[in-house]
Design a protein around this ligand. Structure first.
Ligand code: CA
Length: 227
């Protein structure tokens, strides 16, 4: 495979750490330290995935993210010391595939990279049946089964579950969910969404404190487990 990872990060220690851990896993690395170098490396070198820091010396990473998103759907993972929920939401809504807060372990980052690359490669061929543990979703028949028994989801609940599975492994922000399930954004501080998600979890025998399927990303949104 030898996929190429573009790392846009001005911290030399992290740059070096990423270089070593990614090379060990067989990735090719292009490392740059400014946003402008990042943009030109993106255009010239055609990487498969980008790791992007937000606090860059010449420009904000969010601007680089927006710039690249206007031209490409390449997977982009934000690596940032900014751990505020609103920063994460801003980046995810601007089109980041994932967000990893520094400091992070190499294992976690590798897993996120694999998910982002796999989602990219599989997004064209949608599965018609999804199965994980005791859950089965038949997308052709629009039916959901728990332990082989069909359960009833409302049309919106089904839409929500399909959306989560389609983007499994990826954080979906509240805003993204509302736009894609309801087709609009409501202003009730997402309280309605919480109740809605609680109903889906109950029907799936899932538990928010020890989730089998749906993980809450506190203050940001939800993520379906990655197998
Ligand atoms: Ca930085």
């Amino acid at each position: 495979m030898n996929e190429t990872v573009l790392i846009i990060e001005d911290d030399k220690t992290i740059q070096k750490f990423l270089n070593i851990s990614l090379k060990t896993k067989g990735y090719n690395i292009i490392g740059v330290e400014t946003g402008m170098e990042g943009l030109s490396a993106f255009m010239m070198e055609k990487p498969n995935i980008i790791l992007l820091d937000l606090g860059l010396p010449d420009t904000d990473g969010i601007e680089i993210l927006q710039d690249i998103r206007r031209q490409s759907d390449i997977p982009i993972i934000i690596i940032s010391a900014r751990d505020q929920e609103k920063e994460k939401i801003l980046a995810l809504d601007a089109g980041a595939d994932d967000y990893v807060v520094k400091p992070f372990g190499p294992g976690e980052l590798m897993a996120r990279i694999r998910v982002a690359l796999r989602n990219k490669n599989s997004s064209s061929q949608a599965e018609s049946v999804f199965e994980l543990d005791y859950l089965k979703v038949d997308f052709d028949k629009r039916k959901v089964y728990i332990d082989g028994n069909e359960i009833h989801l409302t049309p919106l609940e089904y839409k929500m579950l399909s959306l989560l599975i389609k983007y499994k492994g990826k954080v979906l922000t509240h805003k993204f969910i509302q736009q894609n399930v309801w087709g609009c954004e409501t202003t009730d501080e997402y309280q309605g969404l919480r109740v809605f998600m609680a109903n889906i979890r109950r029907k799936l025998n899932d538990n928010s404190s020890n989730p089998r399927f749906i993980i809450t990303e506190m203050g940001v949104g939800y993520r379906f487990v990655d197998e």
